[in-house]
Structure formats: C-alpha cells, structure tokens
Design a protein around this ligand. Structure first.
Ligand code: SAM
Length: 399
C-alpha cells in the first residue's frame, strides 16, 4: 500500500494518479515506494536550505573581513604622505611633509583643536617617529580611546556624538576598525578617523549653523552627525546612488529623534553641482574632486567652511580604484575671497556621475573578496604613485 505523501505528481496518491500514471502504475509497488523515498531523501528540506544560507553568510563575512584586513594593512604601510606617531609630544599624530635626509623627516603635527594655519612643522630623526596605527577595535570605546590617545580625537563632545550614532547601524562589517568599508562598487563608508576629524574641524560652527550640505552622503553617518551636532540646521545629503539614498534614509531614522529626522533631506544628484540658489554654512564633500567645483564655492556663505578632498591626479597607493589627493579645508572670508588649507594627504573614491551600479558589477564586487583569497593575493605595500617617496630603510620597508 502506498502511503499518502506530500510530494509531487502521480505517485502521491493511489486513487488519483495525474502525471506519468501509466508508467508509475506499471512499476512493482515496492520499487516505486523505494524510488519515492529515495527522491524524498534527495529533496533538501527547509532546514537544509537555512543551514546552507547561514553557512554562505559566514563564509562571505569571513572573506570580507580578510579583504578589509588587507586594506587596513595597506593603509597602515603606505598611506599617502605617511601618518606617523611621534615620541615627542608622546603619541602625537603627525603627517610626513618631506624627507630632509635619509634619516631625518619634516613632520606636520596634526592638532584639530587649533586652526590648520597654526599647525607646526618640525624636523625629527627617524628614531623619533613610528608608523601610526590604524586600530582594529571590536567596540566603540576601544576605537575612541585609541583615537584620543593619538590626538586624532580632541573633544569629549565629539566622542559622545560619535558613540551615540551607532556606527554599527551604518556599517555592518567591522564597524570599529579604522578602515573604509565598501557599501557598493564605487562607494564606501569613510574611516572613523576621517569622520572624527570632519566633526572636530567644524565643531565651532555647529551651534549657529542654519544650512549644511553633505555631498556624497553615502551611508548617511555624517549627515546624521551634522543633524545632531547642529540643532538649528537644515541638513541636506546629496548622493548619486539611489540604493544608498534609500539605505541612508532608513539608517538615520534608527539613530535620530523625529525632530532631527525632520531637518534631514537626502537628494539624488551630482554633488558637484550642490543645490542651486541655496547657501550653506558648511559643505562637506566625501569624494575626490579634480579641482574646486565652482558651484560649491558660490554656495558657501561668507564665514562658511568647506571640507573637500582635492585630487593630485594620481591613483591611490592603498586601493586601486581610489584616488590620491589632499584633505583640504576651505574658508570663505566676509569679502567672498577663499582661503585654502591643505591639511594632509588622503585617498578617496573618485567622483562618479552615474546611476547605482549594475547587477553584474555588484556580483563581481561581492565575489572579488573571495577570488582574491582563492588566488592567494597578499597585501603589497608598494606606494605606486608617491612622488615624495621616502628613502628606504635597511629592511627595505617604507616608513
Ligand atoms: C566615501 S563615500 C561615502 C562617504 C560618506 N560620508 C560615508 O561615510 O558614508 C563617497 C560617496 O560619494 C558618492 N559620490 C561619488 N561621486 C558623486 C557625485 N558626483 N555626486 C554625488 N555623490 C557622489 C558615492 O556614491 C559615495 O557614496
């Protein structure tokens, strides 16, 4: 007797065969039963699929973590311009300005409490500088304590704001590593140290700011930070990717109050055009620009500040599809003239004009981490583009 079974066709019930009726009924009963149970065993159950999908998730996470480790190592070794930790003042972060001799280096001390025009430059022997550490923290406290120790984070208020924003909502993979994490091809969430620096540099403007423009708003993290820091400001995020606009709208709702959310708008468009007819106290640009976009200069209010990475026209040494340049503070004087302060070298994604990436490029992006791993690609530390290449030490390593 064939038992009633939950699966397909004419074999399910002896009373109403449907498909393949003749063939199945001609088979001896026991053989048909055996085939049926064999098929049943071959058809994967729901729990099998859920196990498989969680396994695939874990593998992907593991591969992405490896690829971010690689990126962080490259950043560690070959950051444009070279960030260093000084022995005097102890733990102070600085950026290499030039090599004066094989064993002496001129370093600009980065201090975000004072205006960049007042930053000092000093000569150090090679023994007094060591490579700056980009930390791989597992929680926000460790990340912030590291950034405080090396003088990148200066204000307690900025740290509280950063912690309140829950970076893990905007960036699921390694949210507290000091590394840029890709969101989609051509877009990433910037490093925590860049987010902190932007907030430090603009801190004094927030209380009075009425209008802020965040260009290349990506994940929405900085846009949300602006809305929290500037209680009276309308904050506009401009982003060219529809997917990221959708994501950032969702993400800011998770961390902002309803009053703060009402002051935030995300728009799709080419950020280099800004917002025609409007003027802003603060403009923050998060992709590399080849020259200062004139609409943005025009839209900056007198006494306003803009932060913008300006390209040196070279490829980044640490990420192939990034561009190298200077992280620049722009200030507009009351008479409308512009002052520029190039602060330190940096790498950013280049400007992109178009739509969200195609499905194919998303699939390739997803697979890239895995393929690199299978191919056994290991971090390479060669600065391909650095014109001011430092001399090599005895071990052949770059500083
Ligand atoms: C470094 S990423 C995101 C930075 C963002 N502040 C964050 O931390 O999430 C730069 C962003 O700029 C966007 N972008 C690039 N070129 C653009 C353009 N011309 N107009 C608008 N957005 C652009 C990219 O899609 C990307 O999301």
């Amino acid at each position: 007797m064939i038992e009633k079974q939950q699966w397909h066709s004419g074999l399910t019930s002896s009373s109403s065969p449907v498909v393949g009726e003749k063939e199945t009924q001609r088979l001896p009963l026991s053989l048909s039963k055996r085939i049926s149970s064999l098929f049943q065993r071959l058809i994967p159950t729901r729990s099998f699929w859920s196990d498989m999908s969680s396994l695939a998730g874990k593998c992907t996470q593991c591969l992405r973590r490896r690829s971010l480790t690689k990126r962080l190592c490259r950043q560690q070794k070959s950051r444009e311009g070279g960030w260093v930790t000084l022995s005097n003042p102890p733990n102070q972060v600085g950026t290499i300005i030039k090599w004066e001799a094989p064993d002496r280096v001129c370093v600009r001390l980065l201090d975000f409490l004072i205006h960049p025009s007042k930053w000092t430059e000093q000569s150090y022997s090679k023994e007094e500088v060591s490579p700056y550490t980009y930390v791989r923290a597992e929680n926000v406290e460790d990340l912030l304590s590291h950034l405080t120790q090396c003088f990148v984070s200066r204000r307690e208020e900025v740290r509280t704001l950063f912690a309140d924003l829950h970076r893990e909502i905007f960036c699921k993979q390694t949210p507290f590593w000091d590394v840029a994490v890709d969101l989609e091809p051509g877009a990433c969430i910037s490093t925590p140290h860049i987010h902190i620096i932007v907030l430090e540099l603009l801190w004094k403007l927030f209380p009075k700011a009425e209008a802020i423009l965040d260009i290349g708003s990506g994940s929405g993290f900085v846009t949300a930070a602006f809305a929290k820091a500037a209680p009276h400001a309308q904050v506009v995020g401009i982003e060219c990717s529809s997917n990221l606009i959708k994501f950032s709208r969702w993400a800011v709702e998770q961390v902002l109050t309803s009053e703060e959310c009402e002051r935030v708008t995300f728009l799709k468009g080419d950020g280099k055009e800004g917002r025609k007819g409007e003027h802003f106290d603060i403009i923050n640009v998060a992709f590399m620009c080849r020259g200062l976009p004139s609409p943005l200069v025009e839209q900056l209010k007198p006494q306003g500040k803009m932060i913008i990475p300006l390209s040196t026209g070279t490829r980044s040494s640490y990420e192939k599809n990034y561009e190298a340049g200077w992280f620049v503070l722009i200030e507009k004087c009351s008479d409308g003239t512009i002052e520029q302060y190039p602060m330190f070298k940096c790498s950013f994604v280049p400007s992109r004009s178009g739509e969200s990436p195609s499905l194919l490029s998303k699939v390739l992006f997803f697979l890239k981490g895995g393929l690199d791993w299978i191919r056994g690609v290991r971090p390479h530390y060669v600065a391909e583009d650095s014109k001011e290449k430092p001399p090599q030490d005895e071990s052949g390593d770059e500083m």
